[in-house]
Design a protein around this ligand. Structure first.
Ligand SMILES: Nc1ncnc2c1ncn2[C@@H]1O[C@H](COP(=O)(O)OP(=O)(O)OP(=O)(O)O)[C@@H](O)[C@H]1O
Ligand SMILES: [Mg+2]
Length: 256
């Protein structure tokens, strides 16, 4: 873990009509950490991700990435700056193959899309990059499968691959294991852990599976009703009385 801050939210708020979904949230994400954000349904986790990745503008507050204010920067531009995002709802092209899905993501990030001279060279470069990613996410042998034909667990891996094809420095995961059966979860967690640590990346992870959060995170932030309730090491959070009472009757049992 480094002490350098890669991403910072300063007094971020998002109001929908009369509902304050994110309420004056300030958070600092240190470089090379696995930083989990947990909290009950409706706590504002996905909305916070939308503000960090630029999918929606905040009502108030600022987002700082590597010292620069990116509050008004588009999601595409943020992706070019190195911020990758996975969605709670899957984000793949069902009628394209695994390889095409990943290659398109790599190509979209390429700075030389319109330079025709080197097209063939670049194409090979993108294929090589895609093969490397496919290997990392454990989908070797599935390159030519249509995305829609993959079982759900492999679709989630493909989604991770699409994010990795863009070579992000900071990865935002919104419930990467959603909809997966318990047997499939450990493998995906292992892959996520590997892709984050292998290249000194940083990740922010929203996840309901407490065992997973506690085992792989360096820092845990707890949100409740749009606000930050607590932040600390997994152990500090698991033993925090305020956190336990916020989860009472819901996830309380899973925290201990
Ligand atoms: N686009 C929107 N328009 C109106 N209200 C919204 C919108 N997006 C989210 N909300 C509301 O904001 C609150 C926070 O929702 P959000 O999806 O951020 O929670 P969450 O912590 O991600 O929950 P979950 O764990 O169920 O995914 C909820 O009350 C939700 O209904
Ligand atoms: Mg959510």
């Amino acid at each position: 873990m480094s002490n350098e801050i890669i991403l910072e939210a300063v007094n971020l708020s998002k109001v929908f009509g009369g509902l304050v979904a994110v309420d004056n949230v300030s958070i600092k994400i240190k470089k090379q950490t696995m930083h989990a954000i947990i909290g009950p349904n409706g706590a504002g986790k996905t909305t916070l991700f939308n503000l960090l990745s630029g999918v929606m503008p905040p009502t108030n507050g600022r987002v700082i990435y590597k010292g620069n204010d990116i509050t008004r920067v588009s999601p595409q531009k943020r992706a070019h700056l190195g911020i990758g995002r996975s969605y709670q709802i899957t984000n793949i092209f069902p009628n394209l193959t695994v390889l095409e899905n990943i290659r398109l993501a790599a190509q979209a990030m390429g700075k030389d899309n319109f330079k025709l001279f080197k097209l063939a060279d670049n194409f090979h470069q993108y294929i090589n990059k895609s093969e490397e990613v496919i290997d990392m996410i454990g989908l070797s042998g599935r390159e030519l499968f249509l995305a829609r034909d993959l079982p759900h667990g492999e679709k989630r891996k493909l989604e991770l691959g699409i994010m990795l094809a863009c070579d992000p420095e900071l990865l935002l995961f919104d419930e990467p294991t959603a909809g997966m059966s318990s047997e499939q979860v450990p493998e995906l967690i292992k892959i996520i852990n590997k892709v984050v640590h292998q290249k000194d990346r940083t990740a922010i992870l929203v996840e309901h599976r407490m065992d997973m959060v506690m085992s792989i995170s360096d820092v845990v932030t707890v949100m409740n009703q749009g606000r930050i309730l607590a932040e600390g090491s997994p152990h500090e959070i698991a033993t925090n009385k305020q956190v336990q009472s916020a989860y009472l009757g819901d996830l309380y049992g899973e925290l201990t």
